[in-house]
Design a protein around this ligand. Structure first.
Ligand code: ATP
Length: 351
């Protein structure tokens, strides 16, 4: 059986008595693209640095490809790291920057340094810029060079700490596809840190959603999105409408402000229980006229307050009773005025 790519057990870190990580364990598969995502201060960078051996006072164990590296210094762990701010050496050429990654490393074969650098520049699709200095490159190009430098010594694990957050939105999307492509080509175990949930969903095989120093949910992106384990995850990952109410006698609906909202068939709740029902904006339809089909129990009479045009859809911020309800609709005209909203019970979930 394969050893895990990275195994972290019982990681605890505190800074001046403030807990940054409380007893977190992770088991990451070889070749997996694994993402730590969460709001600022949740401990994701601390976890990445603990894996790299850069956190003082980290209490817990780390193994890489079955090798216990808990007491090993960073340079003996064979990890490659990329940071948000490129960290290229400005006085060295692109070629020299990448070659620097090889400085303390014997590739163990007959490739020359020049051949390896050329290979890496080709991998990040920047063969033409070897002689330039970093300042003659765009932010996105600099980050690809930083990636090439991190990959130069053929690390067992690639650690990426918010590598795209200094770039503009369009470039961010393009570069994330390149990172994913390179990661797949090399099949390298990768741990990625981001506060951007959309980036986490787009890139990862599995995602650990972190909050206040612990993991709230660890699952495939689809599971985190469709079946959030907690209210925190439901609110942090994507947009959600949350309705708190009491389960009806029949167990099929909840009562919210006097209205009945349908529960999913397999909700596993009992009559009288207080529950939170979550419905994604894209699961709510704007309908005209009378109540809809048999599969839908309720329409909510709401007022559209603000509409945003998203290109492929409209996001309407509506008011229903005293609540805001967000709806995403692909209709060709923006909804306005008094509307009826409805959703299918199969598209709602209980938290
Ligand atoms: P961000 O996205 O803002 O970097 P993060 O999720 O990566 O956030 P960490 O950087 O891991 O969070 O920080 C976790 C907690 O530990 C925070 O409360 C932070 O203030 C604290 N912390 C991190 N590094 C140190 C340090 N060197 N000294 C003191 N406190 C620290």
């Amino acid at each position: 059986m394969n050893e895990p790519g990275v195994e972290v057990e019982g990681m605890r870190v505190a800074f001046d008595g403030v807990t940054a990580l409380e007893d977190v364990s992770l088991s990451i598969e070889p070749g997996e693209f694994f993402t730590l995502v969460g709001p600022s201060g949740c401990g994701k960078t601390t976890m990445l640095r603990a894996i790299a051996g850069l956190t003082d006072g980290a209490d817990g164990s780390v193994a890489i490809d079955g090798r216990d590296v808990t007491d090993a210094p960073p340079e003996a762990r064979n990890v490659g790291m990329v940071f948000q701010n490129y960290a290229l050496f400005p006085h060295m050429s692109v070629h020299e920057n990448v070659a620097y990654g090889l400085r303390f490393h014997d590739l163990g074969d007959d490739r020359s340094e020049d051949e390896r650098v050329a290979e890496l520049l080709d991998l990040v699709d920047l063969s033409g810029v070897a002689d330039r200095s970093p300042e003659q490159l765009s932010g996105g190009q600099q980050q690809r060079i930083a990636l090439a430098r991190a990959l130069a010594p053929e690390p067992d694990v690639l650690l990426l700490d918010e590598p795209l957050s200094a770039l503009d939105a369009k470039l961010r999307k393009r570069l994330r596809v390149q990172i994913k492509t390179i990661q797949q080509e090399l099949a390298i175990t990768t741990i990625y840190v981001t506060h951007d949930q959309a980036e986490a969903l787009a890139l990862s095989d599995r995602v650990a959603v972190m909050h206040d120093g612990h993991v709230e949910q660890l699952a495939a992106p689809e599971t985190v999105y469709r079946d959030p384990a907690s209210r925190f995850v439901a609110e942090f990952v994507g947009d959600n409408n949350l309705f708190e109410g009491t389960v009806t006698a029949g167990g099929t609906c909840i009562i919210v402000d006097g209205a009945k909202l349908p529960l999913p068939a397999d909700a596993g709740v009992s009559a009288g229980e207080s529950v939170t029902l979550a419905v994604r904006p894209e699961a709510i339809a704007v309908v005209d006229g009378a109540n809809g089909s048999g599969s839908v129990e309720t329409t909510l009479e709401a007022t559209v307050e603000t509409v945003e045009f998203l290109g492929d859809a409209y996001r309407a911020h509506c008011r229903w009773q005293d609540r805001r309800v967000e709806v995403k609709t692909a209709a060709s005209e923006p909804p306005s005025g008094e509307v009826r909203l409805r959703f299918d019970r199969a598209d709602a979930y209980v938290i």
